[in-house]
Design a protein around this ligand. Structure first.
Ligand SMILES: C[S@@+](CC[C@H](N)C(=O)[O-])C[C@H]1O[C@@H](n2cnc3c(N)ncnc32)[C@H](O)[C@@H]1O
Length: 383
């Protein structure tokens, strides 16, 4: 999982509309009997709010070590005994009791982001009471056909132009088969939104989605792609969205380009098969488009997929073959040696001395050997 840096958390904390909605929903749901699971607690902002609102217990679960910083706040504000920090992936934890409120704003530009949905489903099944409240309780993902000369120019056409004799035609397949987060004041939607997915977190167990969508073009223009966004519903009537009218969302909404811009008139029909397949902790998107004119003529047909944007790497393809015979390189030998000494009987300092003696020219200092041991301890050891 990608770990956010500190600056990204600043962005989340300055998204006032998001914070207002979540704090309103927390005010609506937290009482003296509330046991909160804050999944993906980040800075711990929702955990602290819940403590202030009188929650009985709050479990702040966050994989990023930054969560440790909130312990000082909890002690300083007198609720150190009610806020429990767990610096781990939620899928790896057990709780001493089931929580009756889940708060989990673990988005990217859409709720289909990394392993977010899988984590919510897993938490609901293992860590929550049956009647637990959920923040957000449901989310809807919308797609609409969008026109933006500037977005298309900046993210697609730019790679296909010639500069002083240089052009990169080989990049065409790549830039036309990936989505990107980009905004522009010249963007306008040519159709109404169509619903791609409706996620009711209280019951949803799907992580992959496939839908056939259809739009009637309402205004003539040039279709450059699809703008996708979400709307999260929270208890108490609060909501959060990153649609194009929301200027300051921390979650930049994705834009899926069309293979080529298509001139459309009012009354044209655009249909698309959109797939979001969850695999290996991420989403493989594909979008197939057909544009039909007023008189029934097919104006354009495209089949686009994130798979086509992967840059081929012959070396990696060979290594990923089942006929490859892997043998450890030097760095692998060093790590294998260190791991072999981690049998619960040896001290980290002694293992560092041993690896330094065995591979003397692999480390510029004794501290580097110690660091290498610590790194492997972090990654692979129990406890
Ligand atoms: C978008 S941030 C939100 C942080 C904070 N809740 C807030 O609203 O400001 C999502 C956080 O969830 C964490 N996260 C995502 N999935 C997680 C999981 N399964 N277990 C623990 N942390 C997770 C990420 O590391 C990230 O810090």
């Amino acid at each position: 999982m990608h770990l956010y840096d500190f600056v990204s958390y600043c962005g989340m904390l300055t998204d006032k509309a998001r914070l207002d909605a979540y704090s309103g929903a927390l005010r609506n749901t937290v009482g003296p009997d509330t046991i909160v699971l804050d999944l993906g607690a980040g800075t711990g902002v929702f955990s602290v709010m819940a403590c202030h609102l009188g929650a009985k217990k709050v479990y702040a679960v966050e994989v990023n070590p930054l969560i440790r910083l909130v312990e000082e706040t909890a002690r300083g504000q007198g609720f150190g005994d009610r806020l429990v920090v767990i610096q781990k992936l939620s899928s790896e934890i057990e709780l001493p009791e089931r929580a009756n409120l889940l708060v989990s704003d673990i988005h990217g530009g859409l709720p289909l982001h990394e392993s977010g949905l899988e984590s919510i489903i897993d938490a609901r099944e293992r860590l929550l009471t049956e009647d637990a409240a959920m923040l957000p309780e449901s989310e809807t993902i919308f797609f609409a056909v969008s026109e933006s000369e500037e977005i298309y120019e900046k993210n697609v056409s730019v790679f296909l132009r010639e500069y002083g004799g240089f052009s990169l035609p080989a990049a065409e397949r790549i830039v036309k088969n990936r989505w990107f987060s980009s905004r522009s004041d010249d963007e306008r939607l040519l159709t109404r939104p169509a619903k791609f997915a409706q996620l009711d977190h209280r019951v949803n167990s799907d992580t992959s989605f496939a839908r056939d969508l259809e739009w009637n073009v309402e205004e003539a223009g040039t279709a450059h792609g699809y703008r996708a966004w979400f709307e999260s519903r929270l208890p108490g009537g609060y909501s959060v969205s990153n649609g194009i009218l929301v200027k300051a969302s921390t979650y930049a909404s994705p834009f899926f380009p069309l293979e080529d811009p298509v001139d459309v008139s009012a009354g044209d029909v655009i249909s698309a098969r959109i797939n979001a397949v969850y695999e290996d902790g991420g989403y493989l998107w594909s979008w197939q488009t057909k544009v039909t004119g007023n008189a029934g003529e097919v104006k354009a047909e495209f089949a686009q997929s994130l798979i086509a944007s992967i840059i081929p790497d012959p070396k990696s393809a060979l290594r990923r073959s089942e006929f490859f015979e892997p043998a450890l390189g030097r760095q692998g030998e060093i790590d294998a040696f260190i791991l072999s000494r981690m049998d619960g009987e040896n001290l980290s300092g002694d293992i560092a001395d041993e690896v330094l003696a065995r591979f003397p020219d692999a480390f510029s200092s004794a501290e580097k050997a110690v660091e290498r041991v610590y790194m492997l301890v972090e990654r692979y050891c129990r406890g």
